[in-house]
Design a protein around this ligand. Structure first.
Ligand code: GAR
Length: 217
């Protein structure tokens, strides 16, 4: 079976894109990164894609009168490139049902919190302000509501007393770079099944020990 033709949509630095590119360098990885699309012309992620000889396209939302026409252009590009699956990797535009519905279950996103906690922006500031002991990241199938949809993988990151939003973001980002390629591989291998909006993973073992509040360690 061929590798899943995957597009990655970005808006910025593209470190998650890089994690996907690096994973897909292994010929046994079940997905190939066939196209990188940015809505921001100068996004550094475009440079990462070029370095890896991956086709890049810019669809600048500022050039479109409304969301519908922007999304139509995006969708057309994906189809033109025979894309089968889409990863949102720091893509900072909200997508409407007009785009999401045709790509349903073929569209995943990474978010820097343990969803459904801290949807939206400034997740690390908000986790610190809430005093939670753990935060983390989530890869999920995209649904029309923002940062919503069946969860594929999550990683928990313990919060340290001296954390700042930046220090926390850096540790969460490391976890993101692990779970995004892992989640894409699971889906591309056909190991995930969505049952009543819950993702079941074939061969999934229950997790190990309970994680304790770091203050108790
Ligand atoms: C990542 O932390 C990703 O989880 C977040 O943007 C960052 C992109 O970094 N995404 C969102 O907040 C989406 N709601 P990257 O460009 O280096 O991958």
């Amino acid at each position: 079976m061929g590798r899943l033709r995957t597009a990655v949509l970005i808006s910025g630095r593209g470190s998650n894109l890089q994690a996907l590119i690096d994973a897909a360098r292994d010929p046994t990885y079940p997905a190939e990164i066939a196209l990188v699309v940015s809505n921001v012309p100068g996004a550094f992620g475009l440079e990462r894609a070029r370095q890896a000889s991956i086709a890049t396209k810019i669809v600048d939302h500022k050039n479109f009168p409304d969301r519908e026409s922007f999304e139509r252009a995006l969708d057309g590009l994906l189809r033109e490139h025979k894309i089968e699956f889409v990863c949102l990797a720091g893509f900072m535009r909200l997508l409407t049902p007009a785009f999401v519905t045709p790509w349903l279950d073929r569209l995943i996103n990474i978010h820097p919190s343990l969803l459904p906690a801290f949807k939206g922006l400034h997740t690390h500031e908000r986790a610190l302000a809430a005093g939670v002991r753990f935060t983390g990241c989530t890869v999920h199938f995209v649904r029309p509501a923002t940062d919503d949809g069946p969860i594929i993988l999550q990683a928990a990151v313990a919060i340290r007393p001296d954390d700042t939003p930046d220090s926390l973001a850096a540790r969460v980002l490391e976890a993101e770079h692990q779970i995004f390629p892992a989640a894409l591989a699971l889906v591309a291998e056909g190991k995930t099944r969505i049952e009543k909006e819950i993702v079941r993973i074939e061969g999934h073992n229950p997790p190990g020990p309970i994680l304790f509040n770091p203050a108790l360690n």
